[in-house]
Design a protein around this ligand. Sequence first.
Ligand code: PMP
Length: 335
Amino acid sequence: MADASTVEKGGAGFEGVKLLLCENPLPPIDEAVEAARDELPRSNHYTEPHSAPLRELLADRVGVSTDHVHVNAGSELILRQLFDRFGQQVHLLTPTYPLFPEISEVYTETRLTPGDDFRFDLRELEVPDGTTLAVLVNPNNPNGTGFDTAPLPALLDANPEVRFLVDEAFVDFVDESVTDLVPEHDNLLVTRTLSKAHSLAGFRVGYAVLPEAVAADLNASNDAYPLTRPSQAAAIATLEHESKIRGRIADLRSWAGQLAADLRSLGVETFPTETYFFLADFAPHDAADVAAALRDRDIYVKPLDDDRLGPGYMRVTTARPTDNERVVSALEEIL
Ligand code: PMP
């Protein structure tokens, strides 16, 4: 069995099933791997400053000018920078991506509830006085559902002193992006990543669509060469073959749907999702016990660390079908 550090590294020789970090179970597309490999011998050269070719391609895809785009080594880094600048008092919709409570000095929250399937209606958002940064994750992690973004322009206009950060890490699964609102709203910040739908987590490619002044500030204070040559090449090749990614999204969704159905047949409650991960309530079992029993079988999952939900909650990420079968047969033994 692999030891913990091997697992954390997604390590060489690891033959278990790793469903801890919301990773896409599919490898990068072949074109990305080839493009990265082709760049290796040219790695004595820097990339273009601020990954200009990738920024231009992203700007073109999103439909904004390049001045609105910032590229960095993963969106987590960008999120940290935005919290540093604007996160004096944060408002979160919880449960949320665990990074956010971790990097907020002070935060208030709106709770998403199991009764509403953890779905959120933006019309009901009341941003507390004094908030400097309101964070919306669309679709949300850990539950995987998106929200209707139609009320956002009114919210932006009604709260000019609040910066709204929309984390679109999983937006490819819902196609309800708000990037088109950025040029007209200087209080809207949108982050995205190629780690999820595009399978490039290990290459570390994130980007943000920002008001020009914010993008200029981040570009100026950042390493001028944030991506390696192979990472930039893999990103460009993947974006140039986006139709392949679309096909994969359909597969991932259907595998997640099958996995959820299999869990329900074992008596586990599952919540709706639009992505390749979903929330499940293993009650009366404790999710931490279930995770430990799975770990003994070389399967690594993520119990939800949220006291206010029951102890049975777990974020379940789909693997490929044969690995999912392994997970389900392990659970048949455990539950
Ligand atoms: N946002 C959300 C909602 C995430 O789940 C993650 C990673 N799991 C990230 C941002 C960060 O992704 P990355 O740094 O790989 O771009």
